[in-house]
Design a protein around this ligand. Structure first.
Ligand code: RP5
Length: 172
């Protein structure tokens, strides 16, 4: 993958204040060598720009959209309303409600316009990227193999943690 590789995944966020969480999605995609683009666009503050991006996303070659937003998080929904691409929503904590507002706004879509909603925050951003990779892996066996390797690594790291815990138990 290089800078000229056309992006397969678009990562959208409602504000630059979302970047610290949404970068986790970018990190996962980068680790799997999947070209992506990342941009700030808002459902409320830049509705026309958001609309135009979502309408053109498929013809530009994008295959999955990951959308993070906090507060009254309508971004994933308004994007999903105008594109046939799969949209994965990441609710973010941006107010005193700690992401519950964004979770409900993202997950409670009316019938007909699906948004695959992940967990609030960094786990959600990580899982959004992994979910996007699972979608891409339907037609890319190399990615399915890499996902299997990722799961094996994760299992090994849990076993290692258990081993270390057992050693600490011996010192109780
Ligand atoms: C949402 O409002 C953004 O996604 C962000 O999570 C939240 C707060 O935005 P800022 O006021 O920090 O720009 O639209």
């Amino acid at each position: 993958m290089n800078a000229a590789t056309p992006p397969l995944v678009g990562i959208l966020m409602g504000s630059d204040s979302d970047f610290d969480v949404m970068r986790e999605a970018g990190r996962v995609l980068k680790a799997f060598d999947i070209a992506f683009e990342m941009l700030v666009t808002s459902a409320h503050r830049t509705p026309e720009r958001t609309h135009q991006y979502a309408i053109r996303a498929r013809e530009r070659g994008l295959q999955v959209l990951i959308v993070g937003a906090g507060a009254a998080a309508h971004l994933a929904g308004v994007v999903a309303a105008v594109t046939p691409l799969p949209v994965i929503g990441v609710p973010l904590s941006a107010t005193g409600l700690q992401g519950m507002d964004a979770l409900l706004a993202t997950v409670q879509m009316p019938g007909g316009i699906p948004v695959a909603t992940m967990a609030i925050g960094k786990a959600g951003a990580t899982n959004a990227a992994l979910y996007a990779i699972r979608i891409l892996a339907l037609t890319r066996p190399d990615l399915a193999d890499r996902l299997n390797a990722y799961h094996l690594d994760m299992a090994r790291s849990v076993e290692k943690k258990n081993q270390l815990l057992q050693e600490r138990l011996a010192d109780l």
